[in-house]
Ligand binder design. Structure first.
Ligand code: FAD
Length: 460
């Protein structure tokens, strides 16, 4: 193993502990970028390894993304699905946490650039995940935000709840219809979960809270370019999901392309026809692209920017650089790409941890290949229906939903979060209530419909 040399400076970014120990500590330094599912599981798997771990993230918290849609639709609060990384790593003596954004990797010097500081590594593990992709139409983002971070979720929650507030003040029927039309683009798991949850919010949780408008009248439209919802699931589960969404009052528009998104709403194309769908609240759940790791490493990524890696998850000619999770392009034995799912990232992180732990003991041992174990997939369609595909058997309805609840509670980090989420779900199951219906951030008057005489209009 080549131990790298690092000149410390006031701005080198190393913690005092590392700085003091740096010159004498001969343990290899493993720098992990990203404390999401992949990076965190790699760090934890190295707890008892004879290495120094530096875990870097641009946020101070690990986020449980599968439940973000519940924050966006006022079911859960941000604190219930996020945990400070320092709290998680507190007891791991061989690990430190650094807050900052990585912008480059120097493969020759074996350093990362973190907010201008250079941090050296012997091994580098990159697990920086993915971001939204608007297929080259980035200008759509302002009108149709996606869901990836807590900020995205609270912004969407604000837009959804404000639409009802604005509609309550609006006298013009057409403008009110636009305010009460919610469009979700993309019928993958996130789109299905968002659409189902907005429909329940409108038709049940808010049903009696307004005087001028009837939230029952809200339209929730799920637009999908392909022929069916949840295309990664077996067809019978897709059909089941579409029916369940229909029962919740979600309108499905399959085989429909989005051709434009503006302040007014969405332009759609179906077959040879075109249609305008006026909406004040459009949600993007259609595309993701990997974070810019390929650029940092000077390699060619696939169309979604994912970095191709070998059987041990390392980059060609760099056995010391691992890339995993949503930003890695990994294929199984049949040549099928592994999906961008939490269990894939977690298993890859655990694998890298095992490999580096073994290598810290004996560097001569060959690395085993990474093998993904598929335990199945789940998706929920509202408050008490979910589907589960375990290969040999499938679950739907309430049993599916219970399985979904248990799996998500089990994988949440921290007893307090598990307990409070279970309590909130039970409460919401019994009462339809949403505990986190808060509009946060500035609510300027400009967002409220203004009457021609300058005073706010009131619905009849
Ligand atoms: C809304 C939503 C719902 C989902 N639902 C499910 C589900 O139900 N089931 C499922 O299995 N999967 C689900 N997924 C997918 C799953 O969350 C991802 O596959 C998984 O998070 C990938 O893990 P990762 O470690 O690759 O990246 P992430 O978990 O995204 O972690 C990446 C980390 O890197 C950090 N980072 C990024 N760039 C930088 C940088 N430049 N410098 C420093 N730090 C950086 C980020 O802050 C983040 O903490 C969902 C995803 C979303 C967005």
């Amino acid at each position: 193993m080549q131990t790298s040399f690092h000149v410390h400076s006031k701005t080198c970014g190393c913690s005092p502990e590392i700085r003091a120990a740096g010159e004498t500590d001969t343990r290899p330094r493993v720098v992990i970028v990203g404390a999401g599912f992949g990076g965190l599981s790699a760090a934890k798997a190295l707890a008892k390894a004879d290495v120094r771990v530096t875990l870097v993230d641009r946020r101070n918290h690990h986020l449980f993304q599968p439940l973000l849609y519940q924050v966006a639709t006022a079911g859960l609060s941000p604190g219930q699905i996020a945990t400070p990384i320092r709290t998680i790593i507190r007891k791991q003596k061989n690990a430190e946490v650094l807050l900052g954004t990585v912008t480059a990797v120097d493969k020759i010097k074996r350093e990362i650039v973190l907010d201008g500081h250079r941090i050296n590594y012997d091994y580098l593990v990159i697990a920086t995940g993915a971001r939204h992709s608007y297929f080259g139409r980035d200008e759509w983002e302002q009108f149709a935000p996606g869901l990836k971070s807590l900020e995205d979720a609270t912004e969407l929650r604000k837009r959804i709840l404000l639409s009802f507030e604005k509609a309550e003040l609006e006298a013009d029927a057409e403008a009110r219809r636009r305010l009460l039309t919610f469009v979700v683009i993309g019928a993958g798991p996130t789109g299905v979960e968002m659409a189902g949850s907005i429909a329940e919010l409108a038709h049940r949780a808010l049903a009696s809270d307004f005087r001028a408008i009837d939230p029952h009248a809200a339209r929730v439209v799920l637009v999908e370019a392909g022929p069916r919802a949840l295309s990664s699931f077996p067809e019978d589960l897709s059909r089941y999901t579409e029916k369940a969404l229909g029962k919740l009052g979600v309108e499905l528009m399959m085989n429909t392309l989005v051709t434009n998104i503006s302040e007014q709403g969405v332009m759609l194309a179906k077959g040879s026809g075109a249609e305008a769908l006026p909406s004040a609240c459009v949600i993007w759940a259609a595309g993701v692209a990997a974070s810019p790791v390929a650029k940092w490493l000077g390699v060619e990524g696939d169309r979604a920017g994912r970095v191709p890696v070998g059987a041990d998850l390392t980059v060609a000619e760099h056995a010391e650089i691992f890339v995993l999770g949503d930003c890695a392009l990994v294929k199984d034995k049949t040549g099928k790409q592994l999906p961008g799912l939490a269990p894939v990232a977690k298993q890859q992180g655990e694998y890298v941890g095992r490999v580096l732990k073994a290598e810290a003991r004996d560097k001569t041992k060959p690395r085993p290949e990474f093998k993904y174990q598929d335990f199945g997939a789940l998706a929920t369609v509202g408050r008490k229906v979910a589907i589960a595909d375990f290969g040999k058997f499938k679950l739907t309805g309430f049993i599916g939903w219970l399985t979904w609840c248990l799996a998500h509670i089990y994988f949440l980090i921290g007893f307090r979060n598990r307990f409070s989420v279970a309590l909130d779900w039970t409460w919401s199951y019994l009462t339809f209530e949403r505990g986190a219906r808060l509009i946060t951030g500035p609510v300027s008057q400009s967002v409220l419909p203004a009457a021609s005489d300058g005073s706010a209009k009131r619905a009849a």
